[in-house]
Each structure stands twice: as structure tokens, then as C-alpha cells.
Design a protein around this ligand. Structure first.
Ligand SMILES: *Cc1c(COP(=O)(O)O)cnc(C)c1O
Length: 427
């Protein structure tokens, strides 16, 4: 069996901790500039990428077209929890590529049953419904909740309401941005899908107060990632669980970013011993290889769908299921979760040593941190660019927050080095 240390970027070719000076960097070549210009000229400007052009990656490290190496402290927004090109996951993908990649759900295939059974077992649930992107899984959860509301709870036709939280991020489809509170996500995209009510995040009594006879579910992130890694007050998730049970509505946890090892447990809900009615999973479920998402719940909930009522051409395809099974296999060992716990404590201890005047607040859990830099030292974007020049890839969110979420294969030395680079980039 391959151990994590074998899968991490051993011999990354740098000396982590190389005092103060960052890495020797080759300046951006004409080739890199041309690739950036080509992208700018031929795509929508819906992202503002850092000016780095990645050509290769391994473990926690990426290499640009000019041969510069960077420690990846973003990890594809946690789609790369198991590292770039994790050998166990690549082997599963290669093996499946040589057999069958796509059937559509019109037929059974030999990876589907095992994947949904193994994923359900990991979640302690009966059933899993695989999709592709995270947004698609969120949509699937919303549709599940509405149908459950009408068929099981007896809500009158077209009246179902779902409670969501301010500051949420659940994806980019029209129905999902309908309950976003971020003006960038919504402006000029109306009219919006009705049936959602928004309450402050972190306040279970606000949820209770918003419940009516037509409420079918609460949708929340156990930790709000895009909002800046906002950890709710202790006891919040347990209180939401209690309210949902008592009032007969579904608790739906979007663990797309917080789940699958990131916070030191399989799910961020595990920190409070909470089991939601639906888990919404994505990102790392595809092992950084392809999009794989899923809704996982008990049969009395997911059982509301009949043939033809929901689906996806690619959802649950053989390649996705083979990779997803390998991901579930990695998580079943508990090794990655343990690593995120230990290294997370290490990362947070290192971040706590940053000078008080530089850092307003550090939030997070496990290998996940939102670091609010005092704006006097630069915008989040400027600091991300300075970090890039020092060989660390991270991304700002909401102004002056730097988000740190490295692949879980990162080492303690690499984390120390990244925090040193952050210190130098800020000061
Ligand atoms: C990324 C993310 C999504 C959307 O996933 P996509 O694959 O980008 O559609 C939904 N919810 C959360 C919490 C996320 O972090």
C-alpha cells in the first residue's frame, strides 16, 4: 500500500525554509505572457487568475511553464485534498480508462453499485445519487427537499420553502444564485427562483424563527469557505440539527469544500457529532481528476425520485465511480483526516506567530485557514501576487482574507515555509 509520505511531493527540489528570500524565480517568459494573453482574448473574464501558467503538478507542488515551482496552498478550492496526481487515484483512473469510461445511466455498469454502496457507508447513510459538479449536487439536494416536502411532509403544491444562510456559497446556477447574498453573484442575473428565505449564519434561533408550515429544509455550509472560512459558534450545528428534527424539516449540509478530510474529520459536521439528513459532496470526491459530486441520504429521502424525474448523462459514469471509489478508499483508512488534524494544528500554531499588527484574525479548522491581513499591508490580491513571487500559490477572498487550504499531503516543513513566505509577503 502506498503511504501518504510516498504520495507527497518528496524531493520537491527546494529547501523549505530557505531563509527569507523565497525561491529563485525565472521571470515570466514570453511564452507564458502569450498564453495569458491568449486566454484573455478568448474566454469570458469571469475569473481574475494570478499570472502563473501551470504546466505540471505533483503532490502539493505545481510547476509553471518556465520551470518555477510553487507550493499549492489552494488545492483547487479543496478539490485536490489528496494531492495532485495522487498515485492511488491515478492508478484507479488508468485501470478504468482501459476498460469502460461511459455508459450513461441507461445501463448498469460494474462500478456504479460498489461506488454508491461504499460512499453511502462512509457517510453512514443508505443511498447516494452521483452527479458531476458541486452546483449540480446542490440542485439535486434542493429538488430532493422540495419533492420530499410535497410527498412526505404534505406541503401544499408550489409552496415549499428552503432556509439558507447569509454569506453562503453553494455554486453558480440560477437557482443557487437566487439565494446568494453576494451582489457579484446576483447582479443582472434575475429574475430569480422563488422559495428561499435567508437568515444570518451561525444563529440557530434565526432558523427556528424562519420556519413555517411550508418549510422543507435548511441548507448550510458547516464552515463557510468562500465567505472567508467562517467557523460558526460552537454548538451551532448541533442546535440546527435539534431544530430540524423537532420541526420535521431536512438538514442539508453542503460539505463540498469542508468535507472529505479537510477539517481533520471526514465531515466538518463530525466536529459536533452532527449527522445531517443530506450530505452534499463534490470537489475532492473526484480526486482532483474529474468532476464527481453526490447527494448522500437515507432511502426515505432519496427514495422520492422516480425514473425520469432527475438525472445526468455523466453522473455516476464508470470513470467517475472508479475514481470516487478510490477516494472513499483513501478516506476509509482515516489517514488523511488524522493528517489534517495534526498538520492543521501545526498550521494554526505557525499562523499564530505572525505579528499581531499584520493579522487581524485567523479562522479555520484542520488544514483550512482564512487569514485576515490588515489592509494597511495590501489587498488580498496584492498579497497573493507577492506570495506567488515567493513560490506560494494562495488566493484571496473578500478583500483582505488569504485562504490557506493545501493538499492534505503537504508536510509540516512545507507549512512552516509557506507561513514564512506569508510573513515576508505581508511585511
Ligand atoms: C465549490 C463549491 C460549490 C460548487 O461546486 P462547483 O463544482 O464549482 O459547482 C458548492 N458549495 C460549496 C460549499 C463549494 O465550496
Amino acid at each position: 500500500m502506498t503511504t501518504i509520505s510516498e504520495t507527497s511531493a518528496a524531493g520537491a527540489g527546494i529547501t523549505p525554509g530557505a531563509a527569507g528570500g523565497g525561491l529563485p524565480r525565472v521571470p515570466r517568459s514570453a511564452k507564458a505572457e502569450a498564453l495569458i494573453e491568449q486566454a484573455d482574448a478568448h474566454t469570458a473574464h469571469n475569473y481574475h487568475p494570478l499570472p502563473v501558467v501551470v504546466a505540471e503538478a505533483d503532490g502539493a507542488w505545481v510547476t509553471d511553464v518556465d520551470g518555477n515551482r510553487y507550493l499549492d496552498m489552494l488545492a483547487g478550492y479543496s478539490a485536490l485534498n489528496f494531492g495532485h496526481r495522487n498515485p492511488v487515484l491515478l492508478a484507479a483512473a488508468r485501470e478504468q480508462l482501459s476498460r469502460v469510461t461511459l455508459t450513461s445511466r441507461a445501463f448498469h455498469h460494474d462500478q456504479f453499485g460498489p461506488f454508491v454502496a461504499e460512499l453511502s457507508e462512509l457517510c453512514g447513510k443508505d443511498a447516494a445519487l452521483p452527479m458531476n459538479s458541486g452546483a449540480e449536487a446542490v440542485e439535486t439536494a434542493l429538488k430532493t427537499a422540495r419533492k420530499w416536502g410535497y410527498q412526505v411532509k404534505g406541503v401544499p403544491e408550489d409552496r415549499a420553502q428552503i432556509i439558507t444562510c447569509e454569506g453562503n456559497f453553494h455554486g453558480r446556477t440560477l437557482s443557487i444564485v437566487s439565494f446568494s447574498t453576494d451582489p457579484d453573484a446576483r447582479t443582472d442575473f434575475g429574475p430569480f427562483t422563488p422559495g428561499f428565505v435567508s437568515v444570518p449564519y451561525g444563529d440557530a434561533s434565526a432558523i427556528e424563527a424562519a420556519i413555517t408550515d411550508d418549510t422543507v429544509a435548511v441548507l448550510l455550509e458547516p464552515i463557510q469557505g468562500e465567505a472567508g472560512v467562517l467557523v460558526p459558534p460552537d454548538g451551532y450545528l448541533a442546535a440546527v440539527r435539534e431544530v430540524c428534527t423537532r420541526r420535521g424539516i431536512l438538514m442539508m449540509a453542503d460539505e463540498i469544500q469542508s468535507g472529505l478530510g479537510r477539517t481533520g474529520y471526514t465531515f466538518a459536521c463530525d466536529h459536533e457529532g452532527v449527522v445531517p439528513d443530506l450530505y452534499i459532496l463534490g470537489k475532492a470526491l473526484g480526486g482532483g481528476i474529474l468532476p464527481v459530486s453526490a447527494v448522500v441520504a437515507d432511502r426515505d429521502v432519496l427514495g422520492v425520485f422516480k425514473p425520469g424525474e432527475h438525472g445526468s448523462t455523466f453522473g455516476g459514469n464508470p470513470l467517475a465511480c472508479a475514481v470516487g471509489r478510490a477516494v472513499v478508499g483513501l478516506l476509509a483508512t482515516g489517514e488523511y483526516q488524522a493528517r489534517a488534524r495534526t498538520l492543521g494544528a501545526h498550521l494554526h500554531a505557525a499562523l499564530a506567530t505572525l505579528p499581531e499588527k499584520m493579522v487581524r484574525e485567523v479562522r479555520g479548522r484542520g488544514l483550512w485557514a482564512g487569514v485576515d491581513i490588515d489592509p494597511a499591508f495590501g489587498t488580498g490580491r496584492e498579497i497573493s501576487e507577492r506570495l506567488m513571487a515567493r513560490g506560494v500559490l494562495a488566493k484571496d477572498t473578500h478583500g483582505s482574507t488569504i485562504r490557506m487550504a493545501p493538499p492534505l499531503v503537504v508536510t509540516a516543513e512545507e507549512l512552516d515555509w509557506a507561513v514564512e513566505q506569508l510573513h515576508s509577503a505581508v511585511g
